[in-house]
Write a protein that binds this ligand. Structure first.
Ligand code: PNS
Length: 162
């Protein structure tokens, strides 16, 4: 049986912290689906298609990584993909409580599903999509925060949405 993992999230937009997790997960699993949630309660800055396109452009070198979207329960999506592991990045203790609750709920909903937490590399531990958007809205420098090929587009959109 191949080991298939799903890395779910809003990715609004993808950051270097997310990419760090994707690269490391791609070394562990046969296949990794990066799955963008389509029906989030949050109001996104980027459409699902834009977010998927951003991720696709940056994961192109990793042949076992596929970018996809999902709606509804994550465990239902996992079943469709025959995936048994949810990948989550943990940045700090503050992430833990919510992630712990989600991991337990997902395991309750499907006993087949395990959540694997990966510690975000120290150099990205302060990064989040929200903080990237905040910097971008004020025209700050996004280098080291998001993939270089996306920085100008993110800055441009953030300025428009001010
Ligand atoms: O990047 P985010 O916004 O922190 O990601 C949250 C995400 C997409 C992982 C989470 O909201 C999710 O899995 N949503 C799907 C609905 C679901 O299955 N929730 C968990 C059990 S109640």
């Amino acid at each position: 049986m191949s080991n298939i993992a799903v890395y779910p999230g809003s990715f609004d937009p993808v950051t270097n912290g997310h990419l760090d997790i994707i690269k490391r997960a791609a070394r562990i699993f046969d296949r990794v689906y990066v799955a963008v949630l389509t029906n989030s309660a949050k109001t996104p800055m980027f459409t699902v298609e834009e977010r998927m396109d951003f991720i696709r452009r940056t994961v192109a070198p990793y042949s076992n990584v596929e970018v996809d979207s999902f709606s509804g329960l994550l465990v239902d999506y996992m079943e469709q993909k025959k995936a048994n592991v949810i990948i989550k990045g943990l940045r700090a203790v503050s992430d833990f409580e919510y992630e712990f609750q989600m991991a337990l709920m997902n395991h309750k909903l499907s006993r087949e599903v395990e959540t694997l937490f990966m510690m975000t590399s120290g150099r990205y531990s302060y990064l989040s999509s929200s903080i990237v958007k905040e910097v971008a809205r004020h025209g700050g420098n996004l280098s080291d925060l998001v993939p270089d090929i996306l920085a100008d587009e993110i800055l441009h959109r953030a300025r428009e949405s001010k």
